[in-house]
Design a protein around this ligand. Structure first.
Ligand code: NDP
Ligand code: OXD
Length: 319
């Protein structure tokens, strides 16, 4: 039996995880893992597929026979801006393992702010035993910007925890128990929001959207005293100078950030020294290698059986 067309793996991921994941994946086809030094000069022109995340510069000039591309993550802003990107179908990563991890992170951050962990951490440092008044989740409204795969799951799980939840997206959504707003209704959505969660893709429309003007429209006088901003979408959607200024002026009470304008976050950033800002290094939801490979295998099986690919990126929309 002849082998099926080859796949190139060009992932700037932890290579131990990639190699372990590849042991049980793509067993019926040649796999060219570009991180393997033995593949450095390998001919790539016969491969039909490439799975990529921050790939090597020469991928597209050498892999001239590609039929479909697969993003190693859910976001594709960095793929769509790659020099020489061929005009081929691009599939992004959608999988329960990614969705569940993101919802864990979002729910955890909302609970950290609800349960006043910033204040308790300060007290801890001073060995201070001083109970604070504690609002309930139902006293607050979390507004999720980006009601896609990740935002909708996070919204549902926040609802289960007792939060009131509202959602905003380009097109209007219908999600049980959640009031939703479409693109033109942003101000109405913001006016209801005590904790703002960003789960937007980075596109020309969402670049810098989390800025001073937007923070000023969030609901004032809620149970936390001032609104909180949480972002795990993309750092390019936030204006960090505005986040810092909003916290210093009391427009925002605090923030949780997983993504940054520049990653890694430069040591010079003031965010590092702000104890009302909880930060993680773009790890809210990592792509798990085995789940990623299984997802790509499923999509290639569909493609080779003549069925449409799923989770296709729209070049026009940019996500
Ligand atoms: P989806 O494509 O499923 O959802 C994107 C959502 O954003 C949709 O609801 C879409 O609206 C909305 N949207 C896009 N542009 C606009 C706009 N201009 N105005 C209003 N709404 C808009 O993506 P996912 O939920 O899978 O992922 C979201 C993002 O999360 C990724 O693009 C990535 O950047 C980030 N991410 C971060 C990770 C991390 O570890 N920090 C991990 C994984 C992803 P509509 O529904 O109308 O199309
Ligand atoms: C992604 C990410 O887009 O990890 O999947 O940021």
């Amino acid at each position: 039996m002849s082998q099926k067309p080859a796949i190139i793996i060009d992932l700037r991921f932890n290579q131990d995880n990639v190699r372990a994941g590849l042991k049980g994946a793509f067993l019926d086809r040649e796999v060219i893992n570009r991180a393997d030094p033995a593949n450095r000069d390998k001919d790539l022109s016969h491969a039909h597929y490439a799975l990529l995340w921050k790939p090597m510069d020469d991928l597209f000039s050498r892999a001239t026979g590609l039929k479909a591309l697969f993003s190693g993550g859910a976001g594709v802003d960095h793929v769509l801006t790659l020099p020489g990107l061929p005009d081929l179908p691009l599939v992004r990563f959608v999988d329960p393992s990614l969705t569940n991890r993101m919802s864990e992170w979002v729910v955890m951050q909302c609970l950290m702010h609800l349960r006043q962990h910033v204040a308790y951490n300060r007290q801890h440092a001073k060995k201070l035993w001083s109970p604070l008044n504690q609002p309930e989740a139902s006293d607050l409204t979390v507004g999720v910007m980006g009601m896609g795969v990740l935002g909708t799951d996070s919204a549902r799980k926040l609802k289960i925890m007792g939060f009131n939840v509202v959602g905003w997206s380009r097109t209007k959504k219908s999600v049980e128990g959640i009031e939703t707003f479409e693109g033109s209704e942003l101000d109405a959505f913001l006016g209801k929001t005590d904790i703002l969660v960003g789960l937007l893709p980075l596109t020309p429309d969402t670049k810098g959207i989390f800025n001073a003007a937007l923070f000023a429209k969030l609901r004032r006088g809620g149970a936390l005293g001032a609104p909180v901003f949480i972002n795990a979408g993309r750092g390019g959607s936030q204006v960090e100078a505005d986040i810092i200024a909003a916290i210093e002026k009391g427009v925002l009470k605090g923030a949780s950030l997983d993504v940054f304008e520049t990653e890694p976050l430069p040591a010079s950033s003031k965010l590092w020294s702000m104890d009302t800002v909880l930060m993680t290094p773009h790890t809210a939801s990592d792509s798990e290698a085995r789940a990623l490979f299984a997802h790509v295998e499923r999509q290639i099986d569909r493609y080779e059986a003549g069925q449409p690919l799923q989770h296709l990126v729209s070049r026009d929309a940019g996500y």
